[in-house]
Design a protein around this ligand. Structure first.
Ligand code: SF4
Ligand code: SF4
Length: 99
C-alpha cells in the first residue's frame, strides 16, 4: 500500500526556514482555530500591555498610538483578551475558509 510521504519540498512556507528571519513572510494567521481578537477602541486605554505580551508580535502600535491586530500573523491564542485590564479585546468567532 502506498502511503503519502511528503518531502520537505512540499511543506508550506510556514513550516520551513528558508533564510534567517523569514517568519514575517509566513501567513501564520491562517492557523487560527476560529476565534480572532477584536479591539473595542472605545474601551481601549492604550496601556500597551497587550502589545508587550503578544507571543506573535501581532499587535501593531500605529503612529497615532492606536493598537491594531495584525490578522496576517495572529494565531488567535487569546492571551491579549485575557490580559487586557480594561476588557477591551473580545475573542469572536470567524468563518474559516479553506482552499
Ligand atoms: S491591553 Fe487593552 S487597554 Fe491596553 S492597549 Fe491593549 S487593548 Fe488597549
Ligand atoms: S490572540 Fe494571541 S496571537 Fe493574536 S494578537 Fe492576541 S495575543 Fe497575539
Amino acid at each position: 500500500m502506498d502511503k503519502f510521504k511528503p518531502s520537505w519540498r512540499e511543506l508550506p512556507i510556514a513550516a520551513i526556514i528558508t533564510e534567517p528571519g523569514n517568519i514575517a513572510e509566513s501567513k501564520t494567521g491562517e492557523w487560527r482555530t476560529g476565534l480572532k481578537p477584536v479591539i473595542d477602541q472605545e474601551k481601549c486605554k492604550q496601556c500597551y500591555i497587550c502589545w508587550a505580551h503578544c507571543p506573535d508580535a501581532s499587535i501593531v502600535l500605529k503612529d497615532d498610538g492606536v493598537v491594531e491586530i495584525d490578522y496576517y500573523h495572529c494565531k488567535g491564542c487569546g492571551l491579549c483578551s485575557r490580559i487586557c485590564p480594561y476588557k477591551a479585546i473580545e475573542m469572536v468567532e470567524e468563518v474559516v475558509e479553506y482552499g
